[in-house]
Ligand binder design. Structure first.
Ligand code: GUN
Length: 287
């Protein structure tokens, strides 16, 4: 079974971006700038945001981090987003999810200028992706596709089974694989007979957020398995399937798998960096 090394590819993507950013900075007189907004002190979110900030620093993207208290009102957050929308020096805006329960997530995501929407979650970008047009693509699905392509994994005509239907991963992933000419099945918590469907997945993308719900018995022989899960089990990072108790059997059955850590996670961040640079270039050209 092949291990799909997302960490190595992410490093390569970022080092190429660093050279491009140096060139763009000389040409345009300014570096790309990302503004990250974090509301509250959820430790997982804080850790993801720190990784994003670190990657920006490594490759020459300016990164402003706005940390707001959990008690921030929706109105206050909307006001900050409007300010960032109107700031000509800000290329990308990222509001880390999830938001506190008293804030309407969609109201926030719909307010971000879609041209600065590095997450690709604004309805305009969702629509553009569905029309196979020039969308900003959500970072995790984009990173997964880059990894599959870099590993020369054929997608056209394959049956891709996606478990999970979130706006961040499952839905855009399905759209992206459809665009790549796969036949796509999306499974979720209400799906009847999940194993029947997962056993048909030549490419199986697991984005559930719970370890050990999928086991070797549920895989198709020779499947390419993409594990999006990042779960903390007794202080150890494990995937939704990788590192599960069944890993020995999975190794015998799957053709390839993304490890956790070191698979999809670093690719998500590399894709975020790509999206910031892409948006910067679009904005500079339209100036
Ligand atoms: N929370 C978990 N993953 C993500 C992501 O890719 N973007 C945002 N904004 N929040 C997240």
């Amino acid at each position: 079974m092949k291990i799909l090394n997302g960490a190595a590819l992410a490093k390569k993507i970022k080092s190429v971006l660093a050279i491009e950013i140096e060139y763009l900075m000389k040409k345009n007189g300014r570096a790309p700038k990302l503004c990250i907004v974090l509301v509250g002190d959820d430790p997982a979110s804080a850790s993801y945001v720190k990784s994003k900030q670190k990657s920006c620093n490594e490759i020459g993207i300016l990164c402003d981090l706005n940390i707001l208290p959990y008690s921030t009102s929706q109105k206050e957050l909307l006001t900050l987003i409007e300010t960032l929308n109107n700031d000509p020096d800000v290329d990308g805006i990222l509001v880390q999810l999830p938001l506190p329960k008293h804030i309407d997530q969609n109201a926030i995501l719909h307010t971000i200028d879609y041209k600065k929407d590095v997450d690709g979650l604004h309805p305009m970008n969702v629509g553009l992706l569905n029309q196979s047009d020039d969308a900003i693509i959500p970072c995790t699905p984009k990173g997964i596709l880059s990894l599959l392509r870099a590993e020369d994994i054929p997608i056209t005509g394959k049956h891709c089974v996606v478990i999970g239907r979130s706006n961040l991963v499952g839905k855009p992933m399905a759209q992206l694989m459809l665009r790549e000419n796969a036949s796509v099945t999306v499974c979720h918590s209400k799906t009847r007979d999940l194993p029947y469907l997962t056993r048909q997945g030549e490419i199986l993308i697991i984005a559930i957020g719970h370890p050990n719900l999928v086991n070797a018995d549920m895989l198709k022989e020779g499947a390419v398995v993409v594990d999006v899960g990042i779960n903390n089990v007794d202080g150890k990072l494990v995937g939704d399937i990788y590192n599960s108790i069944d890993l020995t059997n999975i190794e015998k059955k799957a053709a390839a798998i993304t490890p956790v850590p070191g698979g999809v996670g670093p690719m998500t961040i590399a894709s975020l960096m790509e999206n910031v640079v892409e948006i910067y270039k679009r904005r500079v050209i339209s100036d």
